[in-house]
Design a binder for this molecule. Structure first.
Ligand code: AMP
Length: 146
């Protein structure tokens, strides 16, 4: 395995983000790799916005929900000391946009949280599973605490 140079941390603004983020930060430090952070916006209406649109983080919008998402991303990225050019907010469908972004930005490792799922949830699939199937690079699934 060659060394990872360009790691992408995916966050969904859940209670588990810090857990996954700490592991990502430690790994990036150990490998001396660049760490980028991404959130895919999929939970607020964005009419007339095509999937894959990068939401500018340095421009204010008049949309409070969007500003709240930006603030959450900023807070975690600040904690991890991730530079502003390596923070991404993209509108679309998480597993697809994460995989597309990773390819475009030459990411060599994607980090996702993974719940131990059972029953219907397992059948419906998870973001971690979806990323694993769509991505062309390696994917590290961090098992989330129960
Ligand atoms: P899920 O399978 O939806 O419970 O999500 C598990 C993991 O997938 C999270 O811990 C994140 O790493 C990633 N993830 C889920 N949704 C998103 C999203 N909208 N944007 C970025 N990453 C996400």
């Amino acid at each position: 395995m060659s060394q990872y140079r360009n790691i992408l941390l995916t966050i969904d603004f859940s209670e588990y983000d810090e857990f996954v983020a700490n592991k990502a930060r430690n790994l990036a430090k150990q490998l001396n790799a660049k760490l980028s952070i991404i959130h895919i916006l999929d939970d607020i209406p964005m009419p007339d916005t095509p999937y894959g649109t990068v939401i500018p983080l340095d421009e204010d919008s008049s949309y409070p929900m969007l500003e709240a998402e930006k603030a959450q991303l900023k807070q975690l990225a600040d904690q991890l000391a991730i530079t502003s050019t390596d923070r991404w907010l993209i509108w679309g469908e998480p597993k697809q946009e994460i995989a597309l972004f990773a390819e475009r930005e030459k990411i060599d490792l994607i980090i996702v949280g993974s719940h131990g799922r059972h029953g219907l949830a397992l059948l419906l699939g998870s973001t971690a599973n979806g990323v694993l199937h769509h991505a062309k690079c390696d994917v590290l699934a961090i098992r989330l605490p129960d």
